[in-house]
Ligand binder design. Structure first.
Ligand SMILES: NC(=O)c1ccc[n+]([C@@H]2O[C@H](COP(=O)([O-])OP(=O)(O)OC[C@H]3O[C@@H](n4cnc5c(N)ncnc54)[C@H](OP(=O)(O)O)[C@@H]3O)[C@@H](O)[C@H]2O)c1
Length: 249
C-alpha cells in the first residue's frame, strides 16, 4: 500500500521541475493527481507523461477565475482533495536599482497571490484532515544579490503558512512549507539570462553548497511526500529546508 493510497492531490506548477517530479511520486504512492500549469503545451506533455489517470489542467494561478474553474473540474472528477501542493513559481533576477513595478507585480502575482488563490479556491474541496504544502525557498532567509523581489515573495509565503496554519487548524488542515535550495530544474532556463551567464552564476552558487552539488527534483519530491502524507501528521506551520546544507552550515 502506498503512502497516499486513496488520497487525492493537486499540484500547481506540476508540469515541470519539482512539481512534475512530485506528481510522479504521488502517483507511485497511490494518489489520484491533478496538475496545473499555465503553458498549454507543457500541460499536455506532462499529462501524457504521467498517464491517463492524471487530470492535467491549464490554469494561471494569478487568475482567480482560472483557479475557480480548475476547482470545479477537480470537484467533478475527484469530489474532494486531501493534498494541495501550491508550488507554481517564477524567479526573475534583477539588480535592485533596476527593479520596477512590472518586475515586482509579475513575481508577487505568481509567487504570492497565486498561492493565496490556490489555497482559497481549493479550500471548499479540502477534506478533514488535509495537508497543504507551499513552496518557499532558502532565499527567504538568505541574501543573494539580484534576487530581492523573488526572495521577498517567498518570505511572504513562509509567513502565510504560519497564519493559515492557525486559521485552518480547526478545519483539520495542516499547512507547511518546503524550502528548496539549489535544485536542477527548468527554472534556470527561464531566468531571462544567456545560458553561459546562467552557468557562471550557478557555478558561483553551488560553491556555497556543502553537499557540493545541485539537488534533484525527485529528491525534493520525497520531502514533499512526507509533508503531504500522514507521516507528518503532527507538523503545522513548519518550514522544511532542503538545500544540501547551504543555508544552515
Ligand atoms: N529550482 C530551484 O533551485 C528552486 C529553489 C527554491 C525554490 N524553488 C521554487 O520551486 C517551485 C518550482 O520551481 P521549479 O524549480 O520546479 O521550476 P520550473 O520547472 O520552472 O516549474 C515552475 C512551475 O510553475 C508553473 N507556473 C509558473 N507560472 C505559473 C502560473 N502563472 N500559473 C500556473 N503555473 C505556473 C510552471 O508552469 P509553466 O511551465 O506552464 O509556466 C511550472 O510548472 C517554484 O515555486 C520555485 O520558486 C525552486
Amino acid at each position: 500500500m502506498g503512502r497516499l493510497t486513496g488520497k487525492t492531490a493537486l499540484i500547481t506548477g506540476g508540469t515541470t521541475g519539482i512539481g512534475l517530479a512530485t506528481a510522479r511520486l504521488f502517483l507511485e504512492e497511490g494518489a489520484r493527481v491533478a496538475i496545473i500549469g499555465q503553458d498549454a503545451q507543457r500541460v499536455e506533455a506532462a499529462g501524457k507523461e504521467l498517464g491517463e489517470g492524471v487530470l492535467a489542467l491549464r490554469a494561471d494561478v494569478t487568475s482567480a477565475a482560472d483557479m475557480v474553474a480548475a476547482a470545479a473540474r477537480i470537484r467533478a472528477l475527484f469530489g474532494s482533495l486531501d493534498v494541495v501542493f501550491a508550488n507554481a513559481g517564477i524567479a526573475q533576477p534583477m539588480q535592485f536599482s533596476d527593479v520596477d513595478a512590472r518586475h515586482i507585480d509579475s513575481q508577487v502575482d505568481v509567487n504570492f497571490k497565486g498561492v493565496i488563490h490556490t489555497v482559497q479556491c481549493m479550500l471548499p474541496l479540502l477534506n478533514n484532515p488535509a495537508s497543504v504544502v507551499l513552496t518557499g525557498t532558502t532565499l527567504a532567509e538568505q541574501g543573494v544579490a539580484g534576487l530581492s523581489v523573488y526572495s521577498a515573495t517567498k518570505a511572504a509565503v513562509r509567513s502565510l503558512a504560519r497564519t493559515l496554519s492557525t486559521e485552518l487548524a480547526p478545519r483539520g488542515v495542516r499547512v507547511n512549507v518546503i524550502s528548496p535550495g539549489l535544485i536542477e530544474t527548468p527554472i534556470y532556463g527561464k531566468l531571462g539570462l544567456p545560458p553561459d551567464a546562467v552557468q557562471a552564476w550557478a557555478g558561483q552558487l553551488v560553491a556555497k553548497v556543502p553537499a557540493a552539488r545541485f539537488g534533484q527534483a525527485d529528491e525534493v519530491a520525497k520531502a514533499v511526500l512526507f509533508l503531504a502524507s500522514d507521516d507528518s501528521s503532527y507538523m503545522m506551520g513548519e518550514n522544511v529546508v532542503f538545500d544540501g546544507g547551504m543555508a544552515t552550515l
